[in-house]
Design a protein around this ligand. Structure first.
Ligand code: FEO
Length: 426
């Protein structure tokens, strides 16, 4: 039988093929400044980043190409998007013309495609932070790669431009750094200032403002929150630079001085975590008793003038709870007692929340039970271990709530609301 012709994969043929693919599949680059191109990938299918739900839309892995005397690629994409990125890259210049690759961060959503890109581009140098060198060695065999670890604040020249590398350790990995190009007033910020948005839009001004703000809060509260002290230290550094564009590695680009100032201000507000006069009640329920307690607690809070949102953990992912927490100064959590402990959705949400280290919150716990009744105490201790103020004792109800229980729940909600109002200062 006649065999199909083998595809040639090297040299010029490969470049033409990449270019043809780029054109056919609209995998075109986007010029974000003169001779600076977005060459990333939109991943509409990703639904999870280490427990952070990206439903319903996915994410975008941004990579940027600067054309100068040295052509520089900043970051790559996840391994499965390597072909897409190379197509976009090939729409600007042959991949083998990339001289330098900068790896601002080695997490595989940005460095997963690195081996394929190095193989294709054969760069003269690969730059990363000192900590990045350690993680790069952990992920890849780099014995033949021309890797150069840079110092914090080190500047290299690429022709008409320079690049200054600024370490942002633990924002959010030890290796994290950002790259600043003063000639273009451009900060390539890696994970900082990003959002998990999958869209054909490339800039924040192309997106609906309320949805954008929600995406920024979601990203911050599910990724960046534990590193808020580092954010508060980094923001003055960013404000000290002359920047009119922040290009993150996820989502949309902040273009223009106003947009830059806006995202810096949003980050400062999110990082400060000032107590807000609003509450969220999270709960799971077996036979609706804890659910009915939750409603009565909410009515007690509303009566005191505190807006409150009820979130059933059967219907709301823990990522959505964290996003809601961005606007809440109080968390009231409830679970019936099941097998001498809390229900699984409650346990997973509290585990996730504790890891993200929210600050300046008030907590309270409640739940129904049949015969042993441990869950309110367990939740109370869990919230307390997160450093939350616990102004009221845990509330529990045996079997179904009755009239007295609803009164107690109402009073419980009112007491939490009063404590919250006092903590907010008025
Ligand atoms: Fe988007 Fe830490 O990787």
């Amino acid at each position: 039988m006649r065999q199909p012709p083998r595809l040639r994969t090297g040299g010029l043929f490969h470049l033409y093929r990449l270019r043809a693919l780029a054109k056919d599949m609209t995998m075109q680059s986007v010029e974000i400044k003169k001779d600076i191109f977005w060459v990333g990938a939109v991943d509409y299918d990703n639904r999870d980043f280490h427990g952070y739900s990206l439903s319903p839309q996915g994410s975008t892995y941004n990579a940027y190409l600067v054309k100068d005397e040295k052509n520089v690629l900043f970051d790559t994409v996840s391994a499965k998007c390597a072909g897409t990125m190379l197509c976009r890259l090939a729409s600007v210049l042959p991949p083998e013309k990339v001289d330098y690759i900068v790896c601002n961060h080695m997490e595989p959503d940005h460095a997963g495609a690195l081996a394929q890109v190095v193989e294709r581009c054969k760069p003269e140098k690969i730059f990363c932070s000192k900590m990045g060198l350690q993680s790069m060695k952990g992920y890849f065999d780099i014995s033949n790669w021309p890797v150069q670890a840079v110092q914090n604040g080190e500047t290299i020249s690429i022709g008409k431009r320079t690049i200054t590398f600024v370490e942002t350790r633990m924002l959010h990995w030890p290796d994290s750094m950002v790259s600043y190009i003063p000639q273009d007033k451009l900060l390539i910020s890696n994970d900082a200032f990003g959002q998990n948005i999958a869209s054909t839009a490339r800039y924040v001004d192309e997106y609906e403002p309320a949805a954008l703000l929600q995406a920024i809060k979601e990203y911050y509260y599910n990724i960046v929150l534990p590193y808020s002290p580092q954010v508060l230290k980094a923001l003055p550094v960013v404000e000290g630079l002359d920047i009119d564009m922040i290009a993150p590695d996820h989502g949309l680009i902040h273009r223009g001085k106003d947009a830059v100032q806006r995202i810096v201000d949003i980050y400062r507000t999110l990082a400060e975590q000032k107590t807000q006069r609003r509450a969220v009640i999270i709960y799971d329920s077996m036979w609706h008793s804890t659910e009915r307690m939750a409603s009565a607690i909410a009515s007690g809070m509303e009566e005191k003038g505190v807006p409150v949102r009820l979130m059933s953990l059967k219907k709301n992912h823990h990522s959505a709870v964290m996003t809601e927490l961005a606007d809440c100064g109080a968390v009231i959590a409830g679970s019936p007692t099941h097998n001498n402990t809390v229900l699984p959705y409650v346990a997973s949400t509290l585990t996730y929340m504790k890891g993200l280290r929210p600050k300046n919150r008030i907590g309270a716990a409640f739940g129904s039970y049949g015969w042993s009744g441990e869950s309110p105490r367990i939740i109370h201790e869990w919230l307390e271990s997160m450093g939350m103020d616990m102004p009221v004792a845990a509330l529990k109800q045996q079997w179904a709530p009755n009239k007295d229980c609803f009164k107690a729940c109402h009073a419980f909600g009112g007491a939490v609301a009063e404590a919250l109002i006092q903590k907010c200062g008025g």
